[in-house]
Design a protein around this ligand. Structure first.
Ligand SMILES: [Zn+2]
Length: 457
């Protein structure tokens, strides 16, 4: 019954909640541009004051970059940590916006009402769904449902330079039973989702050198080995004809999906023909014995992101270059070890180099995948709670990209993360005319109330 009262409160408070979000959206908290430093500060102050109005002991905590907002409220039951970010992406090109990005408004569109403005979806609107759920809870019950730590960052859109040092310095304070993160989307803008698999990333940026200088192919062509020929052979050998990656040991630590997850994914009805058709493609390029969703969520990949060498300007120059370079990246899953894969890749590459050739690496640090342990009953409780709010049953999904904060919660504070978000594919985050559907804001807030209820009951 009491959940019904909280949900009713959210419904009746929606206009005021929308006004509050508008206030936050008017603050120009672009984290990457030093010109907006004071605005980032202002957004942090706004959030501190808002959390304090909920009885949260919140404060702005300095870093060498933009401040963190950290707040605590005591309570019984589980200790939850909520993460969101108050900074936003730059707004250029400004001329492509239909309105001032920092003068947000509710607009009627054919697809329903939307909140338009920079940060509406990423991440101020999403962040406020959780805060508004807490506000409604407090209004009905007089207090928040359990012990909650709020952890709001102001540098997410600019590489989070202060995040790891801050988390390491405040490890004990930021330790809770589970982290709730609201910065992701619904599956195909429709199915509520808990993201439980995030792929890791390993990059190799390298140059191979053959001849000691660029040569004329009329004079040396035929006798001198061309580094581009060597490089392309190396790259071509990374995949076999069935789409598998050939590096020895590459699939060590790649888990098979449980039948339960496989059937949930089958139930999503992913239309890979449309997904590929939207970008002018037809055929899935991954391992041929895997489903398209496995290819983007639960299988590792190898991609060439850049390749250069020789003469690439206008006209023609019959150069036989001295060097050839490439950037190659691997998306990792399960417990694949970035260091072991780097070793395997380099052993393969160096084994392909002709006598007299050399290679130089410009190393970047790799990050392993994160996989949440969904046997923690909190996940199933949250999934049922989300399913109660939306027409479609909620699903555990993967995410092809990386969300570093989830990895840091795991490695620094030993917490699993529950990534629940209500973004839609057409929210245009990072682009002009960013919006957040009013439905996402409203039902997202209701969803958090249900999740809080389920986790604390
Ligand atoms: Zn974000």
């Amino acid at each position: 019954m009491s959940l019904d009262a909280v949900l009713a409160r959210i419904d009746s408070d929606l206009p005021a909640a929308t006004d509050r979000l508008m206030e936050l959206l008017r603050i120009q908290s672009i984290s990457t541009d030093p010109a907006y430093k004071a605005e980032c500060d202002k957004a942090a102050d706004w959030l501190v004051a808002d959390l304090q109005s909920l009885g949260v002991k919140a404060e702005k905590r300095p870093t060498t970059g933009h401040p963190m907002v950290v707040g605590h409220v005591e309570g019984d039951g589980p200790h939850l940590l909520f993460y969101g970010h108050y900074d936003v992406q730059p707004v250029d090109p400004l001329e492509l916006w239909d309105r001032d990005p920092f003068d947000p408004a509710v607009e009627e569109t054919e697809a329903g009402r939307v909140i338009r403005g920079r940060g509406a979806a990423d991440d101020k609107g999403q962040l406020m769904t959780f805060v508004e759920a807490c506000r409604a809870w407090k209004a009905v019950h007089g207090s928040l449902p359990c012990q909650i730590t709020f952890f709001l960052e102001g540098e997410e859109e600019s590489g989070s330079p202060s995040l790891v040092p801050f988390m390491e310095a405040n490890r004990d304070e930021l330790k809770a039973d589970i982290a709730l993160i609201c910065d992701t989307g619904m599956f195909e803008s429709r199915v509520p989702a808990i993201t439980t698999m995030l792929r890791g990333l390993l990059g190799e940026d390298f140059t191979i050198t053959g001849p000691s200088r660029d040569l004329h192919s009329g004079m040396y062509g035929g006798i001198a080995m061309n580094p581009i020929r060597v490089l392309t052979k190396i790259i071509a050998g990374l995949h076999d004809d069935t789409g598998r990656i050939t590096l020895p040991g590459f699939y060590d630590g790649v888990p098979e999906l449980s039948d339960d997850i496989l059937s949930q994914w089958q139930g999503l009805g992913f239309d890979h023909a449309k997904f590929l058709g939207d970008v002018g493609l037809k055929e899935p390029a991954g391992e041929q014995d895997r489903t398209p969703l496995e290819m983007i969520w639960s299988r590792p990949t190898c991609d060439v992101n850049g390749i250069w060498g020789g003469y690439t300007g206008d006209g023609f120059k019959t150069v036989l270059p001295s060097k050839a370079s490439a950037k190659i990246s691997f998306r990792l899953v399960g417990t694949q070890d970035p260091d072991a894969i780097r070793k395997s890749f380099r052993a393969y590459l160096e084994g392909q180099l002709p006598e007299g050739f050399s290679v130089e690496y410009r190393t970047e640090k790799g990050a392993p995948a994160s996989q949440m342990s969904i046997d923690d009953p909190a996940f199933e409780k949250a999934r049922r709670a989300l399913s109660d709010e939306w027409p479609d049953t909620a699903a555990y999904i993967g995410c092809g990209g990386s969300i570093p904060i989830a990895g840091y919660f795991k490695t620094i504070t030993e917490m699993d993360s529950m990534l629940i978000g209500f973004g839609k594919d057409d929210d245009q985050i990072h682009s002009p005319n960013e919006k957040y559907d009013m439905e996402s804001f409203h039902k997202g807030t209701r969803s958090w109330a249900r999740v809080l209820d389920a986790l604390t009951r």
